[in-house]
Design a protein around this ligand. Structure first.
Ligand SMILES: [Mn+2]
Length: 428
């Protein structure tokens, strides 16, 4: 990890202008009748998980350009996640993906995480690629395959993921399937969804007490004509069919291009079926770009729905939030740090909405003022607040510059010679 003295030294250097920004924000809040300390306390509890595969370089279906120091094992992935958490202090859990992160010693891995200050978030199953030595193929589907033996293999894999998750202290299983078709008529659209429900029933029945199944939908890719769980409607139908232990997961990149995601969030809250998020950003489709890098206002509006739901007591306290991004041209650790901060920023801005003014404008049908109340919160510069919350928890006022001047990347590049195959991690 990074030498704490290095973090302290950088913080001393950055402290003056953070205090100046904080003073300004406090005066702004006072003018708006908001209590900055209340905002600060809620913000300090904001957390988002790191995907283990996110610390390796991503890629596209064309190529992958691995960088020096790529993690070659789940242990090295944890080490990288620990550095992110050390600097930003809102990423205390890692989400593992099986079998990519397979280890025979799960108890040891849990201890290793604890020693690094990390816990384990939702576990992710993988039935979108064939595993070495597997006798059955997922080429034409997994949980929805026409062959019951393939469906059984996919169910067993998911249950094995749950077992691994139990050993790690996780509380949720995220299920995304690549099942779908490339041609009209290739499969019966009704029967494939029925097979999905039947398979998921078996998985949900195998969940231990207190566990949740998160259903992740996706509009297209790798199937390009139809996917079995294509949209939030299908996801909600399935979650309602499967009962209280199944909920919907919203990946920001998995919707139709013009869909109103914040409204989907509001509907899922209403149905009691919001289970979690995969945060990322996109311009065209499932681009998996860094959270907040393309449409920060949309991210703010999603956070606004969460804050509203929490104020009404309607937000589940066990929401599973994770970053799900692919870092093709940046140092993944830098992207994940800045994305975690971008999420924290959007959430902080949502906490700064003047709810009384918003409600009054809505009641009197003053569309302009209602929109302006939201925009005023969105325009508020909260960087000093985020920095001081991080520092209070032992993190860095400026995570990016502290990371860059620490020499961590150069150190791991020397310690982790690239394997001949070009590095671990998948194209995600
Ligand atoms: Mn996802």
């Amino acid at each position: 990890m990074i030498d704490p003295d290095h973090i302290d030294g950088q913080n001393t250097h950055d402290e003056a202008h953070v205090l100046e920004g904080l003073d300004h924000l406090r005066r702004q809040c006072e003018r708006r009748g908001l209590d900055l300390d209340v905002v600060r306390q809620r913000l300090a509890r904001f957390e988002v998980a790191i995907p283990s595969w996110g610390v390796g370089t991503g890629g596209t279906r064309f190529a992958r350009f691995p960088q020096a120091g790529e993690p070659r094992s789940v242990h090295e992935k944890l080490a990288d996640c620990a550095v992110i958490q050390q600097l930003v202090r809102c990423t205390p859990r890692v989400s593992l993906h099986f079998p990519w992160d397979h280890t025979d010693d799960l108890a040891g891995l849990r201890e290793e995480g604890e020693a690094l200050g990390l816990g384990f978030d939702a576990v992710n199953s993988n039935t979108f690629q064939d595993q070495p030595g597997a006798s059955l193929s997922y080429k034409f589907g997994s949980l929805t395959h026409t062959d019951a033996a393939v469906r059984r293999a996919a169910i067993e894999h998911n249950l094995a993921c749950v077992e691994a998750g139990v050993a790690l202290g996780s509380r949720a299983l995220t299920v995304w399937i690549a099942d779908g078709t490339n041609f009209p008529g290739q499969q019966d659209l009704s029967r494939s969804f029925e097979r999905y429900l039947e398979s998921m029933e078996a998985i949900v029945a195998g969940l231990p007490e207190g566990w949740m199944a998160l259903l992740e939908h996706k509009l297209y890719e790798p199937a390009f004509y139809s996917t079995v769980v294509s949209d939030w409607g299908s996801s909600l139908l399935a979650a309602q069919h499967l009962g209280p232990r199944a909920r919907c997961l919203v990946d920001l990149g998995h919707h139709a291009p013009t869909v109103n995601i914040e409204q989907i969030v509001a509907r899922l809250v209403h149905a009691g079926k919001l289970g979690g998020f995969h945060f990322n950003d996109s311009k065209y489709g499932d681009d998996d770009l860094d959270a907040g890098s393309i449409q920060p206002f949309q991210l703010f509006l999603v956070c606004h729905e969460l804050v509203q739901a929490e104020r009404r007591g309607a937000l589940p306290t066990d929401l599973a939030t994770m970053m799900d991004q692919s870092h093709n041209v940046t140092d993944p650790l830098e992207s994940l740090m800045l994305s975690a901060v971008a999420l924290q920023r959007a959430f902080a801005q949502a906490l700064l909405v003047d709810h009384a003014a918003l409600e009054a404008a809505q009641q009197s049908n003053d569309a302009l003022v209602a929109a302006e109340v939201l925009r005023q919160a969105f325009r508020t510069d909260v960087d000093a607040l985020l920095a001081s919350v991080r520092q209070e928890q032992g993190g860095a006022l400026d995570p990016l510059s502290t990371y860059r001047t620490s020499g961590y990347r150069a150190r791991i590049a020397a310690e982790r010679p690239a394997p001949a195959s070009g590095g671990g991690g998948g194209i995600v």
